[in-house]
Design a binder for this molecule. Structure first.
Ligand code: GLA
Length: 541
């Protein structure tokens, strides 16, 4: 029923969007590519539909973090200026430093299909083009997020869907340098959901750019049963709110529905109970804190949905609490679940963390404050173990304590704790880059050596081994990794000797093993662009 009501809202929006999405055309780019288009990772070629999509591409091994416009804005105000302002605000507010990376337009992307069948930028809304917007986002050290629909049209019906155009659309998303695509399920009547999303997955592999696929069928077709093979996350519920206003009770119903699917989540394949409503109208500081704690406990994607250009200090502090984010980004990737509930208060636990500690959340929905005993045995610890208790919101540690701890919780509030045998609560690696793009240009016809760097810093506690750069780089590029404290720099050296005039591109992949858990980290990818201004001679012997 709720879905039907929502569809009628979208039908009204469609009338607006039809005109809003009128457009001017983007010129075709003359890019020659030496990217993985010609060098797909061998595992991909051998195993077109792996059991877990991320096993090949190394993407989203921890829940994706970023920002998406729909919750606060809806479709209408989305344009190049807004997305750039949001990218700037993610950096200025400290959210980027806390791990939020993916950003871009949603339904307001407003592209259209040209006469040649190719998706084309709406230059009225995005005057520099969708590729240039991606370059802007990458230059900020953020990653680029775009949107499409697996049906014939997007939800507003104003834009074309991917149905029947899978390969050309995935090529265009690669051309726009997309890192993440949300793929809606509107206007898909009569389509087989598994075949539709599998066709998009196969096309994306053929197009050769590893991209996070966020499937958005609102739980339709039970994606948790099959989507790990073709995507990285899937919506489990309907929209969390209508654009503009948070709906607390609706959000809590979704959290409890998503909780039931805990068994299906893990590194590279996540249940998605929708974008966050932290900091939106309709929320209080207590609700913001509780909502964020629940999403962290559920290993849910942390996609902010508020206007990050104007946040209170309290909202920033909640969204950037690295101790909470560390629980969400834990490399074991276990989704916490309800251990007990008395109708008013629930204990969310069953979330062991990489260092052997446990996360626990006491969430209170009653009308009066409550005192609850949290027993070590409920967390899988020995009753007589001497444990330290870290309060994730006050940043205080109690202990050592045996048996358990009594916590007092106010209405709609939480006690968010981490319990350990050691008085040490390390935050797992949280990666932040200064850029995801190196852009170089030759100046002469004589051979020369050009260098550009990307620096990735680990904001978490543990020190990472050196990143390993994969094989398959084009002959004109070599990459060396150097370390300085918690930062590592990828030194990209380009030798354009013997290259013809033109544009060249490489996508570099780097892998690492998380040092404490020993699990692979989400891979880092970045683009290297080389403009050869005129034919270059061969290197003298
Ligand atoms: C669906 C999705 C929303 C948003 C809109 C855009 O309703 O669930 O998150 O992307 O489409 O139209």
């Amino acid at each position: 029923m709720k879905r039907l009501a929502w569809i009628s809202v979208l039908v009204m929006l469609a009338a607006v969007s039809f005109f809003a999405c009128r457009r001017a055309q983007e010129p075709a780019s003359g890019l020659q590519t030496a990217s993985p288009l010609s060098n797909p990772p061998s595992a991909m070629a051998q195993n077109a539909v792996p059991a877990v999509h991320a096993a090949d591409d190394g993407l989203a091994l921890t829940p994706p973090m970023g920002w998406y416009p729909w919750n606060i804005f809806g479709e209408e105000p989305q344009n190049e200026k807004l997305i750039k302002e949001i990218a700037d605000a993610l950096v200025a507010s400290g959210m980027k430093e806390a791990g939020y990376a993916y950003v871009g337009p949603d339904e307001g992307i407003c592209f259209y299909r040209g006469a040649d069948g190719v998706l084309t930028t709406n230059l009225t809304r995005y005057p520099s083009g969708l590729r240039a917007l991606g370059d802007y986002v990458h230059a900020k050290g953020l990653k680029y997020e775009l949107y499409t629909d697996a049906g014939t049209k997007t939800c507003s019906t104003a834009m074309p869907g991917t149905k029947g155009h899978e390969l050309e659309d995935m090529r265009q998303f690669a051309e726009w340098r997309t890192d993440y695509i949300k793929i809606d399920w509107c206007n898909s009547e009569g389509q087989d959901i598994v075949k539709s999303y599998t066709a998009i997955h196969d096309a994306q592999h053929a197009a050769g750019r590893p991209i996070i696929h966020s499937l958005c069928s609102w739980g339709e077709g039970s994606p948790w049963l099959w989507a790990a093979a073709v995507g990285h996350l899937w919506r489990t519920t309907a929209d969390i709110c209508a654009p503009g206003n948070a709906d607390w009770s609706r959000a809590m119903r979704m959290a409890f529905a998503n909780e039931k699917l805990a068994a299906y989540a893990g590194p590279g394949h996540w249940n998605d109970p929708d974008m966050m409503i932290v900091g939106m109208p309709g929320m209080t500081e207590t609700r913001n804190r509780s909502f964020f704690s629940l999403w962290c406990m559920m290993a849910a994607p942390l996609i902010a949905g508020n206007d990050v250009r104007q946040m209170t200090k309290s909202t920033v502090d909640i969204l950037t609490n690295l101790e909470a984010i560390g629980i969400n980004q834990d490399p074991l990737g276990i989704q916490g679940k309800i251990v007990w509930t008395d109708g008013n208060t629930s204990l969310w636990a069953a979330k062991p963390l990489f260092d052997g500690s446990r996360a626990a959340l006491v969430f209170h929905q009653g009308r009066h404050s409550a005192e609850k005993l949290l027993k070590w045995s409920e967390l899988g610890l020995e009753e007589d173990a001497a444990c330290y208790v870290r309060n994730i919101w006050t940043h205080e540690t109690a202990g050592p304590l045996t048996g358990g701890i009594t916590v007092k919780v106010e209405p709609e509030d939480v006690a968010f704790l981490r319990i350990s045998l050691k008085n040490d609560f390390p935050v797992p690696p949280v990666l932040v880059a200064d850029s995801y793009r190196v852009s170089l240009r030759t100046s002469a016809a004589a051979p020369e050596v050009l260098t550009g760097t990307i620096t990735v810093t680990n904001k978490g506690g543990a020190e990472l081994p050196l990143w390993k750069v994969g094989q398959g780089l084009p002959s004109w590029l070599s990459v060396k990794v150097t370390r300085s404290g918690k930062s590592q720099t990828f030194v990209n050296t380009v030798s354009p000797s013997g290259l013809k005039k033109g544009l060249y591109h490489a996508l570099v992949r780097a892998d690492n093993i998380e040092p404490v858990s020993g699990r692979p980290m989400s891979a880092v990818y970045y683009d290297v662009d080389l403009e050869v201004s005129r034919d270059v001679g061969n290197q003298p012997d």
